[in-house]
Structure formats: structure tokens, C-alpha cells
Design a protein around this ligand. Structure first.
Ligand code: SAM
Length: 286
């Protein structure tokens, strides 16, 4: 990479609490030649708070396509640019993807200055499995499209994370309860890092009831985290795996190995292994 090209820094900013603006974010935003911001007026408040007077240009969903070329040209000419969105991590349901893609295509170095993101902040406090998760952004606003999206996620075993628009919370909880089942565990993180931060845990139907009885739950910014579906073993594949293992090793070891290979829960595999073992004729028997 040429030393003469600039660097594109993708900088995360607070999702409510200005104290979450990291020292490295402040240093980067103060040092670059230009800040590309989703909404320059909104970000001016943050920059003023941090004593930063770097020039800004807007980069939002309506102008990203045409603005990319000039920003990449400036990077190629040696200027350094920081990309920020209104809150949190750029590109996460926010503009910036095209700019990063085109900068990379042009051989520009792109660096992350990581920090707040509402999706991960919500997951980190949800008390739902966090080793594997799927971020689903906003659900479609229209009932039919929302239903189709949820139907496609009904068997997803990973924890699901959705951004929610407050006025759609009740409809989305209702639809999620219908598709995933009323008893599916979920969590709503509201107003994270702000004065009225609150978290609501329960089943989807409990959260829906609470949403109907507590109007404050439908105000502010929020993230919905939904526990994954119970894994459904693929009977054919699981049986084949267990049969091979049971042929070679004792039942307990077979179950442990099958667990590591398939990711299915021990109790499901154990039950099936016992059934299969009863069917398998011991070696040497006629
Ligand atoms: N890029 C941002 C990020 O990394 O957090 C998200 C931008 S997206 C346009 C805005 C959505 O993020 C909101 O509608 C809400 O679902 C969620 N969100 C942002 N700030 C939040 C907060 N303080 N508390 C809860 N949810 C928040």
C-alpha cells in the first residue's frame, strides 16, 4: 500500500452517554482532515463537547452513493477521514458500508476505532445465550413482510437481536410470539446508557402483556433480544453420527463426541444413543 494514501477510520460514538466516547475516538476525530458524519448538525454537539473542530461533510443513506467517489479520491490523495454515524458503530443499521467497500477496493487502509453499539450492549446484559447470535437489524414495517422474515427465523437456534422502533414494539412482540411461540424467552433493553435505562426480561407473551400495561415501555430507543429455538436434530444425520461412534467407543464417549461435532444438547443425544444402542447387535453375535 502506498504511504501517500490516507486512512479511513471507522469511529464508534456514544449511544446516549457522552462518557462512552473513548479517548482514542477523541484523538482520531481531532487528528483527521475530515469527518464524514451521518448528520453533521447532530454530530456537531458531540464534537463541541469533545472540543473538536475538524471539518465535517455529511454522508447519509441518500447521498452515500455519489459522495463515496469524492471521499475515496481525497483518501487516495493522502487525506485521512473519520466516518461516524449519529450514534454507536457506523455500518450497523447505519450508513458507511459503500464507503468502506469502495475504500478497500481502492486499496485504502481502513481502521476501526471500536466502541458502543446498541446491539452488543443489549446482548451483554440480556442473560440469554451469547456464544452464538444473529443480528437482524430492524424488522420490516409491513405485517406481511415482517411475518415472512420472522417465519424464516423460527428454527434459528442462535440468539436473535432486533432493533425496534417504539411504536412498532407491541406489533413486533405479538408477531414474534405467534411465530416463535409465546414461551420463548426474550429481553428488551431500553434507553441504554441514558438516565431512564431499563431492561425487561420474560417470555414473549409476558413482555407483550407488560408492553400493553406500561406505556413507558414503548418510549425511547430499544433493542429486542430473543432466545434461539430449541435445536431440532436432523434425525438421519444424527443417527448416522451416533451409529458410527457407538460402533467404536462407549456410549458416554459417543455422546460427548457427537455433542462436539453436532452442537446438539447432551440430553437429546443421550436419549437417542440409548435407543440406537438397544437396536445395535453387539459385534460377534448372530
Ligand atoms: N449504529 C448504531 C449502533 O451501533 O448502536 C445503531 C443505529 S440504528 C439506526 C438505531 C437503533 O439502535 C435504535 O432504533 C435502537 O433500536 C437502537 N439503539 C440505539 N441507541 C440505543 C440505546 N441507547 N438504547 C437502546 N437501543 C438503542
Amino acid at each position: 500500500m502506498s504511504n501517500e494514501t490516507g486512512i479511513l477510520h471507522v469511529v464508534a460514538t456514544p449511544i446516549g452517554n457522552l462518557g462512552d466516547l473513548s479517548p482514542r475516538a477523541v484523538a482520531t476525530l481531532g487528528a483527521v482532515d475530515l469527518i464524514a458524519a451521518e448528520d453533521t448538525r447532530h454530530s456537531r454537539r458531540l464534537l463541541d463537547h469533545a472540543g473538536i473542530d475538524t471539518p465535517m461533510v455529511s454522508l447519509h443513506e441518500h447521498n452515500e452513493r455519489e459522495r463515496c467517489a469524492s471521499l475515496v479520491a481525497r483518501l487516495a490523495a493522502g487525506e485521512s477521514i473519520a466516518l461516524i454515524s449519529d450514534a454507536g458503530t457506523p455500518l450497523v443499521s447505519d450508513p458507511g458500508f459503500r464507503l468502506v467497500r469502495e475504500a478497500r477496493t481502492a486499496g485504502i487502509e481502513v481502521r476501526a476505532v471500536p466502541g458502543p453499539s446498541a446491539a452488543l450492549a443489549a446482548l451483554s446484559i440480556a442473560g440469554l445465550p451469547s456464544d452464538r447470535f444473529a443480528f437482524e437489524g430492524f424488522l420490516p414495517a409491513k405485517d406481511g413482510a415482517r411475518r415472512t422474515r420472522l417465519d424464516g427465523l423460527a428454527d434459528e437456534i442462535r440468539t436473535l437481536i432486533f432493533f425496534v422502533t417504539p411504536r412498532r414494539l407491541a406489533a413486533e412482540l405479538q408477531a414474534a410470539a405467534e411465530v416463535f411461540g409465546a414461551e420463548r424467552k426474550a429481553f428488551i433493553a431500553r434507553e441504554l446508557t441514558k438516565n431512564f435505562e431499563s431492561g425487561y426480561s420474560g417470555t414473549l407473551s409476558e413482555l407483550l402483556d407488560q408492553c400493553h400495561s406500561d406505556a413507558s415501555m414503548q418510549k425511547g430507543e430499544m433493542v429486542l433480544v430473543v432466545g434461539g429455538a430449541e435445536p431440532k436434530p436432523d434425525a438421519g444425520e444424527t443417527d448416522q453420527l451416533l451409529r458410527i461412534l457407538l460402533d467404536e467407543v462407549p456410549l458416554k464417549t459417543a455422546v460427548s463426541l457427537a455433542m462436539q461435532i453436532s452442537g446438539l444438547p447432551r440430553n437429546i443425544l443421550y436419549r437417542r444413543a440409548v435407543e440406537l444402542q438397544q437396536q445395535i447387535q453387539p459385534k460377534g453375535e448372530n
